[in-house]
Ligand binder design. Structure first.
Ligand SMILES: NC(=O)c1ccc[n+]([C@@H]2O[C@H](COP(=O)([O-])OP(=O)(O)OC[C@H]3O[C@@H](n4cnc5c(N)ncnc54)[C@H](O)[C@@H]3O)[C@@H](O)[C@H]2O)c1
Length: 337
């Protein structure tokens, strides 16, 4: 690993602040420089984190960076990715690549002939449990998969102002499950049926979004997957994947901190608290993901999650939105460009 790297970070909101803290402690990183559309926020965050702040994004892109981490609002990702790549700066960008398919395609097309890497932030690919499930499936020990059950349930919703710019529950949240189902199984999704509900606060409906959803996916080998999504899971942050095969199964996210309350009489409840959110549940995965980015930018590692990968997960999210609006199964061929 090359040492003394200078890494820029755009956007010091929820995940950006967390990534800046992680970057600061990664071996090989010498300097972290942050910028935000809100300059005051950038300076406040830099002061708290003990990193440098720079006036604005233009100044950040003009700085001598070895890599750029983009953690701004989703609608700003395409412009920032393409500007950084054009400047020759390797990019790590939080998912999703863009708020819509056109934006995602424009990035994929823009960078396709470039040698500058762009890694997308699907941190579950770095989680020990998902990696073990992938290995178990690849080993053949589970037999053939008949069913996958994926769950992403947040205990409380993100701030109301985040929702209109989030892209909706499928693109913002379900996209993690869609990506990991493809990655863990090595299969493609061919058809979806999705439905949603508004059970919580009004701002979801006002944004044309739902706070609860159920998705049924058909994979290209005939296996079926369900994805359960929600923003109001009072018991805690519940992210799991159950891969059920003809000979065995692999369950991700089932441990002492799973927010599951058994009501069986002989069951002894765990004394450990549920994970409150994604930062605690995936802390190690986020660290390994950014460490991987440092190896990608120095050329020591092949990009583990490309914009083309992200596009595939995004097509599934897009098909889910169409299915929810039209109340019908949607083939992936209907949304794929
Ligand atoms: N991988 C994950 O688990 C995960 C988790 C949370 C968020 N995310 C993604 O990270 C991104 C940020 O989410 P968040 O929850 O931190 O949002 P946030 O609203 O808390 O923070 C976004 C920050 O970006 C800044 N910003 C917005 N547009 C900008 C621009 N054009 N230039 C510079 N700064 C700009 C805002 O001022 C704000 O400080 C989203 O794309 C989201 O999908 C990923």
């Amino acid at each position: 690993m090359t040492s003394a790297l200078t890494v820029g970070l755009a956007g010091v909101g929820r995940i950006g602040t967390f990534h800046a803290e992680t970057l600061k402690h990664l071996p090989g990183v010498d300097t972290v420089i942050v910028a935000d559309a809100d300059a005051q926020r950038a300076h406040a965050a830099a002061g708290k984190l003990g990193v440098q702040a720079i006036t604005d994004i233009d100044a950040l892109l003009a700085a001598p960076l070895d890599g750029l981490v983009i953690a701004t609002a989703t609608d700003s990702h395409p412009e920032l990715i393409t500007r950084a790549v054009d400047a020759g700066i390797p990019v790590f960008c939080e998912k999703p690549v863009a708020a819509d398919i056109q934006g995602t395609l424009s990035v994929v097309n823009h960078i396709q002939n470039s040698t500058v890497p762009v890694q997308i932030g699907f941190q579950r690919r770095f989680d020990a449990g998902y990696r073990a499930a992938r290995d178990a499936i690849a080993s053949g020990n589970l037999g053939w998969l008949h069913t996958l059950r994926a769950t992403t349930l947040d205990p409380t919703p993100p701030p109301a102002e985040y929702i209109p710019r989030s892209g909706g529950l499928f693109r913002d949240c379900g996209v993690h499950d869609f990506d990991i189902i493809r990655w863990v199984t090595g299969r493609e999704v061919v058809e979806v049926y999705a439905t949603g509900a508004n059970r919580g606060e009004q701002f979801f409906a006002d944004a044309g979004d739902v706070d609860t959803a159920a998705v049924l996916l058909r994979l290209d080998d005939g296996a079926l997957a369900t994805v359960s999504l929600g923003r109001y899971n009072g018991a805690g942050y519940d992210v799991r994947l159950e891969a059920l095969g003809s000979r065995g199964n692999a369950i991700v996210g089932l441990d002492d901190r799973s927010p599951l309350t058994s009501v069986e009489p002989d069951y002894a409840p765990s004394p450990y608290p549920a994970y409150p959110g994604f930062m605690e549940r995936f802390r190690r995965a986020y660290t390994d993901e950014l460490a991987a980015f440092l190896s990608v930018l120095t050329g020591e590692l092949t990009n583990p999650c490309t914009p083309a990968d992200a596009l595939e997960a995004f097509y599934i999210a897009e098909a889910c939105e169409l299915s929810r609006h039209e109340h019908r199964p949607v083939a992936l061929t209907e949304v794929r460009h």
